[in-house]
Design a protein around this ligand. Structure first.
Ligand SMILES: NC(=O)c1ccc[n+]([C@@H]2O[C@H](COP(=O)([O-])OP(=O)(O)OC[C@H]3O[C@@H](n4cnc5c(N)ncnc54)[C@H](OP(=O)(O)O)[C@@H]3O)[C@@H](O)[C@H]2O)c1
Length: 344
């Protein structure tokens, strides 16, 4: 009987003509070798200081032996040559480093929440509520005047716990720079709430739109969310006391009204990104959650029928961040009553 040795980043295991259900399909494609199994040993990852870092840096792009996936055709036998039993797509599980976090709950006053988009309509409500609950909060905005407005908006007694930084988390360099400045100012980040994007878009039907408009929509709703997650998630990833919460919109599921199609495209891409994170990182210790808001959000002076008050929404998000007992959940908010469940 032929024996195949299948290597993953975290282990080598031997299988006899069957798939290892813990392997992602793309890993399977590039890592099946026709040879007898060597004795188990630790796998060196070229250019990486640790397996954990290498996993984070993107294991899909480098094979366990340092052979790039692009060079896989040199291998004598590829996955597609091996008969595959019909089965559901395997779950991609990846163990994370042991938790370096404290064994007991952190007091809110010891927690530093990075509110991405914290100067916006949704974010400002979240920032105020977090500060009122005793958290330290950091906000990065491209516009210093928005940060000044935010500082004036939060409760005066909590202002000294608000850290504001001018920066652009929509580019890799900008986000990296902002991270360094943040760590210098705050020392650490324990939680992230991401409400990047914009409140509304109704530019017209697709055939009337230039490409650059769609690029802008995607940059603002999706790319800034991705880039900032990539830069800031490693700060909280391995600690079960830490949280990363995405605020997304229900516009991603349907076209809300004529002329809002690009809003749907952008919001849908953000929803899809959150789904990808849940499924790619099922075991990550950090609590990874999503609030999907299926209505408009506004400050009290601009409320319309069916809208959520951003202060109430902020209270709910702050309560979710505080409790750190749920992960990989989508909380759909259809109206004010749904917010109450967070506060019970
Ligand atoms: N408002 C609603 O009715 C509503 C309803 C449902 C869901 N949502 C969700 O909530 C999210 C936020 O909406 P919102 O009403 O709060 O929008 P907003 O008032 O326009 O605020 C969005 C924030 O995102 C920030 N941002 C975007 N790109 C950035 C970048 N490259 N670098 C730094 N900051 C960046 C903006 O920061 P700057 O300060 O730098 O401009 C702004 O503060 C939306 O994406 C949507 O998914 C909103």
């Amino acid at each position: 009987m032929t024996t195949y040795s299948v290597c993953t980043f975290k282990q080598q295991s031997t299988i006899s003509g069957k798939w290892d259900s813990n392997l992602h399909p793309s890993d399977q494609k590039s890592t099946v070798l026709l040879r007898p199994p060597p004795p188990p040993r630790a796998l060196p990852i070229p250019g990486s200081r640790s397996v954990s870092e290498a996993q984070w840096a993107g294991p899909r792009h480098v094979s366990p032996r340092g052979v790039s996936v692009a060079s896989a055709p040199r291998l004598k036998l590829r996955a597609r040559d091996v008969p595959q039993p019909a089965r559901a797509l395997p779950t991609f599980t990846r163990p994370f480093a042991p938790c370096p976090g404290p064994p007991v709950e952190m007091a809110n006053s010891d927690r530093v929440v990075l509110a991405l988009g914290g100067a916006g309509v949704v974010g400002s409500g979240v920032v105020k509520a977090l500060l009122d609950r005793g958290f330290k909060v950091a906000v990065i905005s491209r516009d210093s005047s928005r940060l000044e407005k935010l500082r004036a908006f939060v409760s005066p007694s909590t202002r000294d716990k608000l850290i504001t930084l001018v920066g652009n988390v929509g580019s890799e360099e900008g986000a990296e720079e902002a991270k360094q400045a943040l760590l210098k100012a705050a020392g650490k980040v324990t939680d992230v709430v991401s409400s990047l994007g914009f409140s509304w878009w109704q530019g017209g039907p697709p055939h009337t739109q230039p490409l650059k408009e769609l690029v802008w929509v995607l940059e603002t709703l999706l790319l800034s969310t991705f880039v900032s997650w990539k830069v800031f998630f490693p700060l909280v990833r391995d600690n079960p006391r830490c949280t990363y919460t995405f605020v997304t919109g229900g516009a991603g599921e349907k076209v809300l009204m004529p002329g809002t199609g690009f809003l749907t495209v952008g919001a849908a891409s953000a929803l899809a990104f959150c789904q990808v994170l849940r499924e790619e990182y099922p075991d990550v210790p950090c609590k990874l959650n999503q609030l999907k808001i299926n209505s408009g959000v506004a400050p009290p002076e601009r409320m319309a029928p069916g809208y959520l008050n951003h202060l109430d929404l902020g209270e709910a998000v702050a309560a979710l961040v505080e409790r750190t007992n749920e992960s990989h959940k989508i909380f759909s908010i259809n109206g004010p009553d749904d917010l109450k469940t967070f506060l019970q």
